[in-house]
Ligand binder design. Structure first.
Ligand SMILES: C[S@@+](CC[C@H](N)C(=O)[O-])C[C@H]1O[C@@H](n2cnc3c(N)ncnc32)[C@H](O)[C@@H]1O
Length: 284
């Protein structure tokens, strides 16, 4: 996305933070544990969380006893995060963009970010994360990707076609759905360049030379899941995405009709395969 779109979309989530918090899934414990194991993170380890939002990942990190600096520019998102993690958690919230926040260089064991790193300016994000980490510190990015499976290919193809009709220009930048084996192989092929790997698996180009220079050994952890959703459930989730804010209202209304019709054709539920992913690397 362009700088302009990135700046505009980065802030839309706070327009209905309660809906965001209600509809978006939490991150699988297995992925959080995999990141903690790789980073050698134990109670008291220092973590900067980038784009904490309503605290879905923050809660999981706080529950593991980590000492967290959580950064997000959105006041409504932070308000929910503060409430959710509670007074006992070792979390300092910073209402700021990660690019601008004032934190001590070289002092973090890990920098973690869920569904947020692509909203940062890539000319700053990779080098800023590296600057804050100690040597061998972990940068871990969590996200989600559609998966191609024989059982769900038809539903996914139909759903993607509906989304594409609503916003062909946006859909043009999406990655094709891949099998789990292809996702694994694609990250392995890009293990020397974190930004290349993340831009390959996410529908945003966040490439920058600092990623390859300052991080090593890119690795994927993955938790595949089959999702069964009614039209209403899927629409409620889609309304929390930046996609919703970029599609014009008439096209959005048609999309909701298309999704309702698709669910009806498929017997009431749209069943797709998906993977929660964690891509991580160590600071050089
Ligand atoms: C899709 S939400 C993800 C929130 C949370 N990490 C989660 O997984 O539910 C993206 C978040 O990134 C935040 N964000 C956008 N631009 C940012 C920036 N430059 N620095 C830090 N956070 C940013 C937004 O305010 C929003 O809360």
């Amino acid at each position: 996305v362009s700088d302009d779109v990135r700046r505009r979309c980065a802030t839309v989530f706070g327009s209905d933070a309660e809906a965001y918090d209600r509809e978006r899934p939490a991150y699988p414990a297995a992925l959080v544990d995999a990141l903690c194991a790789r980073g050698g993170l134990t109670a008291g380890s220092r973590v900067v969380e980038i784009g904490c939002g309503t605290g879905k990942l923050t809660r999981a990190l706080a529950a593991r006893g980590l000492q967290i600096d959580a950064v997000d520019p959105s006041a409504p998102m932070l308000e929910i995060a503060r409430r959710r993690v509670g007074a006992d958690a070792d979390v300092s919230f910073h209402a700021a963009r990660f690019e601008d926040v004032d934190l001590p260089a070289g002092s973090f064991d890990a920098a973690l970010s869920a569904a947020a790193f692509h909203w940062l300016d890539p000319r700053v994000s990779w080098s800023r994360a590296a600057d804050l980490l100690r040597h061998d510190g972990l940068l871990g990015l969590l996200g989600q990707t559609d998966l191609w499976t024989d059982d769900t290919a038809h539903a996914l193809t139909e759903l993607r076609a509906a989304l594409q009709r609503a916003a062909p220009d946006i859909a043009a930048s999406w990655q094709p759905p891949r099998t789990l084996a292809a996702v694994r192989a694609g990250i392995e092929d890009r293990r020397g360049d974190f930004a290349e790997a993340w831009s390959w698996v996410e529908p945003h180009d966040v490439r920058d030379p600092a990623a390859a220079e300052r991080f090593r050994d890119v690795r994927l952890d993955v938790a595949p899941v089959v999702l069964r959703r009614t039209a209403d459930e899927l629409i409620a989730l889609l309304r929390t995405t930046s996609f919703h804010h970029r599609v014009n209202p008439e096209a959005w209304a048609s999309l909701e009709d298309d999704i309702a019709a698709l669910a009806h054709r498929l017997g009431g539920e749209i069943v797709t395969a998906d993977a929660a992913i964690a891509v991580s690397a160590l600071r050089v």
